[in-house]
Ligand binder design. Structure first.
Ligand SMILES: NC(=O)c1ccc[n+]([C@@H]2O[C@H](COP(=O)([O-])OP(=O)(O)OC[C@H]3O[C@@H](n4cnc5c(N)ncnc54)[C@H](O)[C@@H]3O)[C@@H](O)[C@H]2O)c1
Length: 324
């Protein structure tokens, strides 16, 4: 298949691009390299450009008949979305609209969207089904939810347009062969920060709140390995191309680890007892955020292979160690 990928030079996109290429698909990446890196695009053509630029999108979409468009490009730092919301509505919502419109103009009728657990906000009990009410509590989550809504309405109006929105939980780790991983300079991801601290790239790190109503008082999250997430994208594309209807799927393993579990694992795997300080709670942190992922397993036949915190941490550490 010919697959168009936006944001394929970024952390998650580069894993999907790699897997698509390995499976023999012809992949074209559009990326403005604002947070992505040229060298992260392996086995695909990279065209540097802007999702905001309609004429550029038309030009790329005219080069061949694309079977599907996979949309990763976006801005992803939640605290930044609170201080600079218009950046998020612009890059995540307006630019997604631009891309959807370009797909309609150029008859690309299968669309795969990177959504997020942030659309659920602080769900009661912490377990999220796809039917759990969506109540995002920050501009990042709202900007992504608006794109889900645009896709829903577009698919309702254009019967041949179908989409899948994958709501990722906490994405972590790096490619098991060490080919791609997380490069983002201002990452707020716990496992990346803990690995940086273990390797001496940071002096110490903080735990934000240890008085939550969880067994050890720290927040619990559902960490999903990037290569399993990549497989979920392949399954989604195959589903859409086979005539599957528009749908939304959670991407997580269905169980979680606390911040303390993660830190202990990073210390054990790295062999470094790095300094961790206690900080106050951060506003908007749910105590528990776990994906109920039965739907993606049943509907798409997704079978994760890397549901193992030590492996996730090892791949993240190996990647971080080699990162220049
Ligand atoms: N990282 C996570 O844990 C997580 C969780 C849930 C959802 N997501 C979603 O997954 C997607 C990818 O996230 P990531 O962690 O790989 O982030 P990333 O910053 O590493 O990747 C984003 C990529 O998009 C590119 N880009 C951004 N704006 C662009 C534009 N206007 N035009 C062209 N290219 C542009 C960047 O250069 C980068 O390569 C995002 O849409 C994000 O909302 C990520």
């Amino acid at each position: 298949m010919n697959i168009l990928v936006t944001g394929g030079a970024g952390y998650i996109g580069s894993h999907i691009v790699l897997l698509l290429g390995k499976l023999g698909h012809d992949v074209t990446v559009i990326d403005n390299l604002s947070t992505g890196r040229r060298e992260s695009v392996i086995g695909a053509e990279l065209i540097v450009g802007e999702v905001a630029d309609s004429a550029f999108l038309d030009k790329v979409m005219n080069t061949k008949k694309f079977d599907a468009c996979v949309h990763f490009a976006g801005s992803i730092i939640v605290p930044e979305s609170v201080t600079n919301p218009t950046k998020y509505y612009d890059n995540n919502t307006v630019n997604s609209l631009n891309l959807i419109q370009a797909c309609l103009r150029n008859k690309i009728s299968k669309f795969l969207f990177s959504s997020t657990a942030a659309v659920y906000g602080i769900p009661v009990g912490g377990e999220c089904l796809e039917s759990t009410p969506v109540m995002p509590i920050n501009p990042y989550g709202k900007s992504k939810l608006m794109t889900e809504w645009m896709l829903e309405d577009t698919a309702a109006a254009h019967k041949d347009f179908n989409y899948v929105a994958l709501r990722y939980f906490n994405v972590a780790g790096g490619n098991v062969e060490g080919l791609v991983g997380q490069c983002s300079p201002f990452s707020t991801h716990l496992i990346k920060i803990a690995c940086e601290t273990a390797l001496g790239k940071r002096k110490s790190m903080s735990v934000f709140g240890d008085d939550y109503k969880t067994p050890d008082g720290t927040c619990i999250r559902d960490y999903i390995h990037t290569d399993d997430l990549a497989q979920a994208h392949i399954d989604s594309i195959e589903y859409l191309v086979a005539g599957g209807k528009s749908d939304i799927f959670n991407c997580g393993y269905g169980h979680g680890y606390s911040v303390n579990d993660v830190l202990e694992t990073v210390k054990k795997v790295s062999g470094v007892d790095f300094e961790v300080t206690k900080g106050p709670r951060r506003e908007g942190d749910a105590p528990n955020l776990i994906a109920v992922s039965d739907k993606i397993r049943k509907t798409l036949g997704w079978k994760p292979k890397y549901d193992d915190l030590s492996l996730i941490v090892r791949t993240a550490l190996d990647w971080e160690r080699n990162l220049k």
